[in-house]
Design a protein around this ligand. Structure first.
Ligand code: PHE
Ligand code: CO
Length: 300
């Protein structure tokens, strides 16, 4: 008898995207098979939850910590999506839906535009606590869902979904620009609080190593948010980021991304991209990275 969780066999194809060669799963929404989680699954959740919460107090933005508490997520068991949805829907009109894994871009954007956040239903194995290459339940639920309780961030995510549908219609280059914005905000964003820099990006929040590295290492750049600059900047998918961009508030993010991006996409199409680790004369530099330990190639 195996105590391993049922890792989905519903992977339908591999798709070459700007994030590399990634598995894409069936686009169907699935019921969370809560009763099928094993003791091992619940224990992985508990270990990751406790480890990250301890690291994140004083490192994650106050908005993130407050939102996570308000949702009632606890380490005790893997949360039930239905129970979280009762709270989330009342707060901001968002719901979470279960999926098998990464979705094709247009399907993903359509969910966001309709205030549905797709959450991978399965959780990583005990030997993958520190790293796995694709999003699982811990990344999606612990990392992404709490901030959907925040009204401003909730609106940003829905606007991003509508923007994604639009960019998809404009073409692949527009999508590359928009995906960089998602990467450097939703996944790897930092925010400046009265008491210093804090994390809000889900990719950081769900990673032990990067929670520390992003704030405390001398190696990466920390640079003030600049929409057009971010849309020109390549990024890392297989190492910690070389550069983190810092917002002042979610209101700033909302305001900066409100204008029509169509003219911006047209202008960007004529301009070269910046390497992930570049520092430009026009940057508002909080910290200039030492570059220690950086791979010399592999920016996407
Ligand atoms: N304003 C963007 C557009 O016109 C939409 C968008 C909003 C994109 C917020 C990302 C985040 O395409
Ligand atoms: Co993510």
């Amino acid at each position: 008898m195996s105590s391993q969780p049922a890792i989905p066999d519903k992977q339908v194809e591999h798709q070459h995207t700007d994030k590399g060669y990634v598995p894409v799963y069936t686009t169907a929404v699935v019921e969370q098979p809560w009763a099928a989680y094993t003791a091992v699954d619940h224990n992985v959740w508990a270990q990751l939850f406790e480890r990250q919460r301890a690291l994140l107090v004083g490192r994650a933005s106050d908005e993130f910590l407050v939102a996570q508490d308000a949702m009632g997520m606890t380490p005790d068991t893997i949360p039930k999506f239905d129970e979280l949805n009762d709270i989330l829907a009342k707060a901001t009109g968002w719901t979470i839906v279960g999926v098998e894994g990464l979705l094709p871009e247009l399907t993903f954007f359509d969910h966001l535009a309709n205030r549905r956040f797709p959450v991978t239903w399965w959780i990583r194995k005990p030997e993958q606590l520190d790293y796995l290459a694709e999003p699982d339940l811990f990344h999606d639920l612990f990392g992404h869902v709490p901030l959907l309780m925040n009204p401003v961030f909730a609106d940003y995510m829905a606007a991003y979904g509508r923007g994604g549908v639009k960019a998809h219609g404009i073409g692949p280059e527009a999508l590359v620009n928009l995906t960089r914005l998602y990467w450097y905000t939703v996944e790897f964003g930092l925010i400046r609080q009265a008491d210093g820099l804090r994390i809000y990006g889900s990719g950081i929040v769900s990673s032990k190593g990067e929670s520390i590295y992003s704030l405390e290492s001398d190696a990466p750049n920390r640079i003030g948010f600049d929409l057009e600059r971010i849309m020109r900047t390549r990024y890392r998918i297989d190492t910690y980021q070389k550069t983190y961009f810092v917002i002042d508030s979610f209101e700033q993010l909302m305001q900066a991304t409100a204008p029509d991006f169509a003219p911006l996409y047209a202008r960007l199409a004529t301009q070269a991209s910046h390497p992930a680790g570049a520092v430009l004369a026009s940057d508002a530099v909080f910290h200039r990275g030492s570059g220690e330990g950086w791979s010399q190639d592999g920016d996407v």
